[in-house]
Design a protein around this ligand. Structure first.
Ligand code: ADP
Ligand code: MG
Ligand code: MG
Length: 882
């Protein structure tokens, strides 16, 4: 026989799954001997059964009846008894907190007769009438589905007639009139009279709470929070206590610490002569707990004592609901309270100091995404702002500056020290210089993994993408808002990359103290938040198994990454060194007419690359630096056909145009790129390898400790790597004998083609390390061209639930993850010394980091700004491992 109903006295906080959070914690408080009005909880199983079958499961009504009888016996009153009625609340509560999403009905058991009994027994007619009008209102909306406004308008109308502004100014006669009005509204609008039978009220309320699991807002909330749809809600039936019995009564909410800032000390709101939600509904001004100490010192002291006990018991911030019924304190709810990112860090840190939890537990209580939030600049909370559009929050933080429509203008103005927001329809590699100097980037196309988003995140630049309400006219140097307003170049604009919002004008931005402190700057003395973050990230370093490297292409990024805790570079993209004015050198290489021309072009590139590498190796002295050979299709370095007209040299123009024709591909992602370039452009790999080794020599001569690792991209078959490896080794020997110094190095490959993962045992014979390039591996495994699918059907897939989350954001464990696992196992089986890491964007994603830890990679590599997040999550992966 299933037992669907549990008294508070026979349950505890471990039974959240069946009793819901509210029911389990009411049972726990009962067990602790706290003053909790008695009651019982109907399990989530009953709700699931009801929702499945469309009716209550067999035996439920009987069980509820039995428990109600015990409750009546305990209270010495019967539900709805016309002489002195027992009243109950019917409350919802899922296993995972869904605050305010579902329904509650208070004062069940009142009817036209028992309201008189309540008045007589309490000696307070006004109170009885007030309770009844509340029941009619809640029952009308929650159970009978009427609109709230029907009741609110009647109440406001009556207040207006009486010339009063507040509910408590209505007297008993007024409330009796309101009761009549409400009953008429119910009959007229729902087609039935308000049920006078208390048991029918109860049965209908129970059912309404079950049904409230599937209201639109509850479904939406679950989708946002990732709560499964099949859990169902528990229903709690509890004897009523009354905060609306005059000035010696009231109801309140409180936290054991401030959930916004984490500051120590109880914090809460209290409202005299109020019931239920009144205190949070803003109908009258609430008072603080300090004021309660004057109003009712005894209850206040008892409350403080209980809160202290609860916090000790739950070993965490507790959030509570209480009611004072004619001078007697009652506890109505408690739970471990939600908190801001700042509060999460501060409270975890405080509780370690207080000896309540240890550092491991403190780490379990803060998340990488909370840390990320603390590292971004934010809009000053007190400044007013006007939202003009909304896009996708692609790279978080707040930025404000003047609008510019192209990279060159951005660079020029930034050099003058001006703050700019680069606005484009979408971005391409040409926009990199502008993006890197802009405060923020705004595009009207693309989503979270568009070029703009990926690059901006890599740079730690604020970015809002896909604000498609904006009509951006680059040549006209203006954009048009949905309402027709025009924003021209140089006008101020503000964007929030966390929420995706775009604001008009200049909104002041405040820097993140955490970012400054983590980046090596000094914290303002005594900043508790900074201290907490430092302590927890330091502990994370002691706990984690994965090492954390940075994706960094310049010495500046490398220095920055090292300050943030990077233990090397996992991906240094050499193609970024060929942008801007240097692009012409690659063009020279592509259009060279003969071997001499090619050699000259390569020589010019060689000296530039050597300088770059020297600087990067210096910044990462003593730590590994993985340098990837040039990867993208060459046509990306050529001018667009339209821009050829600007080329003054006719011969060069003709050769460029021929090269454009020759290099045009149907599908560049699957064409001539990666290692394949090494086989078609003689001398390219040798030049890059030489630049690396010569840079190493320079560093050794300067007394440094260079640790270069050369990484070959897009390998699909072992033979490719074998040939390229030989070529690199020859260069290493040449450089060593020319200079009389040998630079230590490793050679490895990116595993980013599914075939490479599946034949990893062959490839591993020629590799010292593998780095899983999970961006390309995801594209090639799914057959998704990232920029294309992001702009077309991916959003629909996410909306329709075909995909729970973009595989570019969090690693697809079953598919791409299986390939990573296979590559790792096969690679290690052939080469036990193989070093393994990941350098896709997933390296900085909390959920993905867990997976990489679990399968036993050696390191993750991510953009510099994600490093502290990855450090924290790598430790949490160890601690949360079941
Ligand atoms: P929610 O989940 O939205 O917080 P609750 O079930 O907690 O809904 O109830 C809504 C309000 O009614 C809360 O303020 C709660 O304290 C109050 N309440 C619930 N049950 C009782 C009761 N038995 N006596 C007095 N107030 C109650
Ligand atoms: Mg509540
Ligand atoms: Mg790649």
């Amino acid at each position: 026989m299933t037992r669907y109903v549990h008294d508070f006295a026979d349950g505890d906080m471990t039974q959240r799954d069946r009793l819901g959070g509210k029911g389990a914690n009411l049972a726990e408080m009962t067990k602790l001997g706290l003053p909790v009005p008695p009651g019982f909880t109907i399990t989530t199983d009953a709700c699931v059964a009801y929702l499945d079958r469309g009716h209550e499961p067999d035996g439920l009504a009987e069980e509820v009846g039995d428990h109600l009888s015990s409750l009546e016996a305990a209270m010495g009153r019967r539900l709805g008894d016309p002489r002195d009625p027992l009243l109950v609340s019917v409350r919802s509560g899922a296993s995972q907190s869904m605050p305010g999403m579902m329904e509650t009905v208070l004062n069940v058991g009142l009817n036209d007769r028992s309201v008189a009994g309540l008045a007589r027994a309490s000696g307070d007619e006004r109170f009885a009438a007030d309770s009844y009008r509340r029941l009619l209102h809640m029952f009308g909306t929650t159970v009978l589905g009427l609109v709230d406004s029907a009741f609110v308008e009647a109440l406001d109308g009556l207040k207006h007639e009486r010339g009063v502004t507040e509910d408590i100014q209505l007297d008993a006669a007024d409330l009796r009139q309101l009761i009549d009005t409400y009953q008429r509204i119910i009959s007229a609008k729902s087609g039935r009279d308000f049920p006078q039978d208390p048991r029918e009220q109860l049965a209908l309320s129970l059912r309404a709470v079950f049904d409230s699991w599937n209201t639109e807002r509850a479904i939406l909330y679950r989708r946002q929070e990732g709560i499964p749809d099949d859990l169902g809600t528990a229903v709690t039936v509890q004897a009523m206590v009354f905060g609306n019995r005059g000035p010696s009564s009231g109801s309140g909410v409180a936290f054991t610490r401030d959930p916004a800032t984490g500051r120590r000390g109880a914090y809460g709101d209290y409202l005299q002569n109020a019931q239920g939600e009144d205190v949070v509904a803003g109908i009258r001004n609430t008072v603080s707990l300090a004021d309660l100490a004057h109003i009712d010192p005894a209850s206040h002291d008892e409350l403080m004592g209980i809160m202290e006990r609860l916090e000790k018991h739950y070993r965490d911030l507790c959030d509570i609901e209480f009611t004072i019924d004619d001078g007697k304190l009652w506890m109505l709810q408690t739970r471990v309270g939600k908190r801001t990112a700042e509060a999460a860090f501060r409270i975890a840190d405080q509780m370690v100091d207080e000896g309540v939890i240890d550092l491991d537990e403190a780490l379990r209580r803060v998340t990488g995404s909370q840390l990320a939030q603390l590292m971004f600049p934010q809009f000053d909370a007190s400044s007013p702002r006007q939202r003009i559009a909304r896009g996708v929050g692609a790279s978080p933080g707040a930025a404000s500056g003047e609008v510019v429509f192209d990279s060159a203008t951005a660079t020029k103005l930034a050099a003058e020290g001006r703050a700019v927001i680069l606005v484009r329809r979408e971005t391409t590699p040409d926009d990199l210089p502008g993006m890197s100097v802009a405060r923020g980037v705004l595009t009207s196309r693309g989503g979270k993994t568009s070029h703009a988003a990926v690059v901006a995140r890599g740079m730690g630049r604020v970015c809002v993408c896909g604000a498609d309400e904006l009509d951006i006219d680059i040549t006209g140097r203006r954009m048009t808002l949905p309402d027709g307003t025009i924003v021209r170049e140089h006008e101020p604009l503000s964007i929030d990359g966390t929420t995706g919002e775009v604001f008009s004008g200049h909104v002041p931005v405040t820097d993140s103290v955490v970012m400054r402190a983590l980046g090596g700057g000094r914290a303002e003395s005594g900043d508790e938040l900074v201290g907490a973050v430092r302590r927890l990230t330091a502990h994370a370093d002691a706990v984690r198994r994965l090492s954390v490297r940075a994706n960094a292409d310049t010495a500046e990024d490398a220095t920055n990454a090292r300050r943030l805790g990077a233990e090397g570079i996992g991906l240094c993209r050499t193609e970024h060194m060929f942008l801007g004015p240097r692009r012409r050198l690659i063009e020279d290489l592509i259009v060279a007419e003969d071997a001499d021309g090619q050699r000259a072009a390569l020589d010019a590139l060689l000296s530039l690359q050597r300088e770059d590498f020297t600087a990067i190796l210096a910044a990462m002295d003593g730590l590994p630096v993985t340098i990837r050979l040039i990867d993208p299709p060459l046509h990306e370095f050529l001018p667009e056909a339209d821009d050829l007209a600007e080329e003054p040299d006719p011969r060069r123009k003709q050769r460029l145009s021929a090269a454009l024709d020759r290099l045009r591909e149907q599908n560049p992602m699957l064409g001539l790129r990666g290692v394949r370039l090494g086989f078609t452009i003689p001398g390219l790999v040798r030049m890059q390898a030489r630049a690396v080794f010569e840079a190493g020599v320079e560093r050794l001569r300067a007394g440094g400790d260079p640790r270069p690792e050369i990484m070959v991209p897009l390998v699909s078959t072992a033979a490719e790597l074998r040939v390229i490896r030989e070529e690199i080794e020859t260069v290493a020997e040449d450089v060593a004998s020319e200079h009389g110094i040998a630079v230590g190095y490793r050679i490895g490959t990116m595993i980013e083609v599914p075939r490479a993962a599946l034949t990893a045992e062959d490839i591993a014979r020629f590799a010292d390390f593998f780095s899983f390039g999970t961006n390309d591996l995801t594209q090639l495994t799914w057959g998704f061209s990232r920029d294309d699918v992001e702009a077309s059907f991916l959003p629909t897939y996410l909306d329709r639930g075909i995909l729970p989350i973009s595989p570019f954001e969090t690693i697809d464990v079953e598919g791409v993850g299986a390939l990573v696992r296979a590559g790792l196992e096969r690679g290690r089986s052939a080469n036990a010394a193989l070093h393994l890491g990941v350098c896709g964007e997933h390296g900085g994603d909390p959920a993905s980091v867990r997976f990489f830890d679990e399968i036993g990679l050696d390191y993750v590599s991510c953009s510099p700004y994600r490093i502290p997040v990855a450090r924290l999550e790598a430790a949490r992966a160890v601690l949360m491992d079941p």
